[in-house]
Design a protein around this ligand. Structure first.
Ligand code: 13P
Length: 251
C-alpha cells in the first residue's frame, strides 16, 4: 500500500495577520513539490487570509480545533460549519487541547464524527506524557486514545493520525526514529484491530515533536511514519520548505 506522505505545519497561537501573510509568501512554490500533501494550520483569525492565499492550489488548510455544534450559544467557539468555509482539514485532540482545555477521548470521538459530517479531513493527535512514558504506559495510552476516539464506527473519511509524544513537543528533544516507528506501528495495529487491516494500511500516521530539517529524513526512513506534524519549525518558511522537500524525497 503506498501512502502519500504529509507535511503539516501547526502554527499554534503565533503571528499577526501580516506575519501569516509573510509566511505564506515565504512558502511560495511549496504547492509545486510533488509526492507530498501539504497542510497549513494557522490560528482562527488567520484562516481566511491563508485560505484565500492558497486558493486554487493543492495546499490544504486546517483548523486547530472546532466545536461540535453547527451553531448556537457557545461564546468564543468556532463551529464546524464556520470552519469549513476557510479550511478543508482540522486537527483534533492536540495534546495542548487535552492538557489546557480538558478535552478527553470521548469529546474527541464526537469531534472526529463532526469533522466527517462537515467534510473536514481530521488529523487525530495522540501521544503519551513524560510520566506515562517513564511508567512504560505508552502502548496502553495510545491504544486507549485511538480506540475511544474511533468508537465502533467506520473510520472517518481520510483519517490521519499524528503520534506526538507530549515530552517531545517544543522541547528540542525529539523521539528517536525507532521510538517513533514503534509507536506508529502500535497505532497501526490498533487501527487494524478496529477497522481491519486493509483500512489500517491506508491510514497515514505522522510523527510530531521537535521535527527539524536535520532530523526529518531519519523519521521518514521508518516504514510506518508517513510524514510529520511540525510546530516551531513550521513558523520558519525555509525550514518548513526543507522539511517538506525531505518528506517528498522519502517516497
Ligand atoms: P514542535 O515541532 O514545536 O515540537 O511542535 C510539535 C507539535 O505540537 C505540532 O502539532
Amino acid at each position: 500500500m503506498t501512502r502519500t506522505p504529509i507535511a503539516a505545519g501547526n502554527w499554534k497561537m503565533n503571528g499577526t495577520n501580516a506575519e501569516a501573510r509573510a509566511l505564506c509568501r515565504g512558502l511560495a512554490g511549496i504547492d509545486a513539490i510533488a509526492g507530498v500533501d501539504v497542510v497549513l494550520s494557522p490560528s482562527f483569525t488567520q484562516l481566511g487570509l491563508v485560505w484565500d492565499f492558497w486558493c486554487g492550489t493543492d495546499v490544504h488548510i486546517a483548523g486547530q480545533n472546532m466545536h461540535t455544534q453547527p451553531s448556537g450559544a457557545y461564546t468564543g467557539e468556532v463551529s464546524p460549519v464556520q470552519l469549513a468555509e476557510v479550511a478543508d482539514w482540522v486537527i483534533v485532540g492536540h495534546s495542548e487541547r487535552r492538557q489546557f482545555f480538558c478535552e478527553d477521548d470521548q469529546a474527541l470521538a464526537l469531534k472526529l464524527r463532526t469533522a466527517e459530517m462537515n467534510g473536514l479531513t481530521p488529523i487525530l493527535c495522540v501521544g503519551e506524557s513524560d510520566a506515562e512514558r517513564e511508567n512504560k504506559r505508552t502502548a496502553n495510552v495510545l491504544t486507549r486514545q485511538v480506540s475511544i476516539a474511533l468508537g465502533d464506527d467506520p473510520a472517518p473519511d481520510g483519517l490521519v493520525v499524528a503520534y506526538e509524544p507530549v515530552w517531545a513537543i517544543g522541547t528540542g528533544k525529539a523521539a528517536t526514529p525507532d521510538e517513533a516507528q514503534s509507536a506508529c506501528t502500535h497505532i497501526r495495529s490498533v487501527l487494524s484491530d478496529k477497522l481491519g487491516e486493509e483500512v489500517a494500511d491506508g491510514v497515514r500516521i505522522l510523527y510530531g515533536g521537535s521535527v527539524k530539517p536535520d532530523n526529518i529524513a531519519d523519521f521518514m526512513a521508518q516504514p510506518d511514519v508517513d510524514g510529520a506534524l511540525v510546530g516551531g519549525a513550521a513558523l520558519d518558511a525555509d525550514a518548513f520548505l526543507a522539511i517538506t522537500r525531505a518528506i517528498a524525497a522519502s517516497g
